[in-house]
Design a protein around this ligand. Structure first.
Ligand SMILES: *Cc1c(COP(=O)(O)O)cnc(C)c1O
Length: 403
């Protein structure tokens, strides 16, 4: 179980996460090896770094990647603050989400790149113009990536009338510097044949040509499309840079992606999950045969059992759908969840896993001895995907960085 000395610092009522630095570094190297060396490696830190904890993940990854993607400008400002406080060279940071005009002004000042995906941006021009006046000659144009909706139906300009829709951007290049053109895949994870992705790529290529022609720039625009799955299984989609989210955290986007990766890359890259989720039991007791356990009396002991009460529940992001279904690990053995997952508690069967100890450490995600329980296991029990399992782990829980 390793050194548990730190546990005394943790409140008895809370579970905690362990974030493995070594696993992160390993996953970065998987992508550095899989992707051509001239292609920039970007990591996505949205959703509280997929639930892993924004600041700890930023601190680990900052030195290893070429670009950092976030959804909210607030996170981008945090990155600039962290760099300043620690005397670090600024990384390129790209805000993927929608921002306000005021945020756009702040992004320009802090050299944070943004994404322009609709004609709302017309209204931002006078505000950027105003801020330019205030800065005299030191104004730095806001670097922007034009988002094209090639078939996800989410953000971005669709191809119809694209020339007309982006016309306003050609008239303010001293305020907004077009840095790149991007899109986002819709179903690369869900399939092993990528017809739809190829159609999306054809559309991005078409849009890219239209934009390049329209702006007649004296520099080359960046083109980017690939998230984790496409970076691994559609080499042509890597273009100038990749935007790796889930797999940077050591998780596969899907079984289909894993199957395809083996075919496309010849060998299956070994991703290492970065996150483990643990807690210390609050009490262990004997429950006699015939007793009920948990709300709704959904579980009844058919023999005498030893049960452990664990301080984790749906408030912490442990899904209620796991009630009576999943297991946790204690002393290297699987221990079934008995009854319903509650707001702040679960009860597990430790009859086989414990002797006379009064307290144990349980692993909710991670490994213990020869056994492991993965985010994918939880996702299956809770009828969802690993993305949702990790992202919903409560931000109130302590994240502990380990080697
Ligand atoms: C979330 C996101 C990614 C990363 O996706 P993963 O599947 O987690 O790798 C890349 N690009 C955009 C635009 C995204 O929103």
């Amino acid at each position: 179980m390793g050194d548990l000395a730190f546990i005394s610092e943790f409140p008895e009522q809370a579970s905690w996460l362990e974030i493995s630095q070594a696993a992160f570094v390993h996953n970065v190297s998987v992508f550095r090896n899989a992707v051509e060396s001239q292609i920039l490696l970007g990591c996505v830190l949205k959703g509280n770094a997929y639930g892993h904890g924004f600041m700890p993940c930023l601190e680990i990854l900052h030195g290893y990647v070429d670009l950092i993607f976030v959804i909210s400008p607030v996170d981008a400002f945090k990155i600039r603050k962290y760099e300043k406080e620690n005397d670090l060279t600024q990384k390129r940071v790209i805000v993927l989400g929608v921002i306000t005009a005021e945020e756009a002004v702040r992004c320009a000042r802090k050299v944070i790149e943004v994404v322009v995906g609709d004609e709302e941006w017309k209204q931002y021009i006078p505000i950027l113009k105003q801020s330019e006046k205030g800065t005299g000659n030191s104004y730095r144009p806001l670097k922007a990536h034009i988002h094209i909706d090639t078939g996800l139906g989410r953000e971005g300009f669709t191809l119809d009338n694209l020339t007309k829709k982006i016309d306003f951007l050609t008239k303010c290049t001293e305020l907004i510097h077009i840095q790149g053109v991007m899109s986002h895949f819709s179903n690369t994870e869900d399939v092993t044949e990528q017809e739809y992705a190829f159609e999306q790529m054809a559309k991005l290529n078409e849009a890219f040509d239209i934009i390049e022609k329209k702006f007649s720039l004296n520099y080359s625009l960046e083109k980017h499309f690939a998230q984790s799955a496409a970076s691994l299984v559609i080499p042509r989609s890597r273009y100038d840079l990749v935007r790796v989210g889930i797999s940077m955290y050591g998780l596969w986007p899907s079984i289909e992606t894993k199957l395809s990766a083996k075919v496309v890359l010849n060998v299956l890259p070994k991703l290492m999950p970065v996150l483990s989720w643990k807690c210390k039991s609050q009490s262990i007791k004997t429950v006699i045969s015939g007793s009920y356990i948990g709300y709704g009396c959904t579980f009844r002991a058919d023999r005498d059992l030893r049960t452990a009460l664990l301080p984790v529940g749906y408030y912490d992001g442990y899904p209620r759908l796991i009630s009576n279904k999943g297991y946790v690990l204690v002393n290297g053995l699987r221990c079934k969840i008995l009854g319903r997952v509650m707001m702040n508690h679960i009860i597990v069967d430790v009859t086989e896993a414990t002797g006379d100890e009064t307290s144990v450490v349980a692993t909710l995600i991670g490994s213990d001895g020869k056994e492991s329980v993965s985010a994918e296991n939880l996702a299956e029990w809770a009828q969802t995907i690993n993305y949702e399992i990790v992202t919903r782990i409560g931000s109130h829980l302590k994240r502990l960085v380990i080697d």
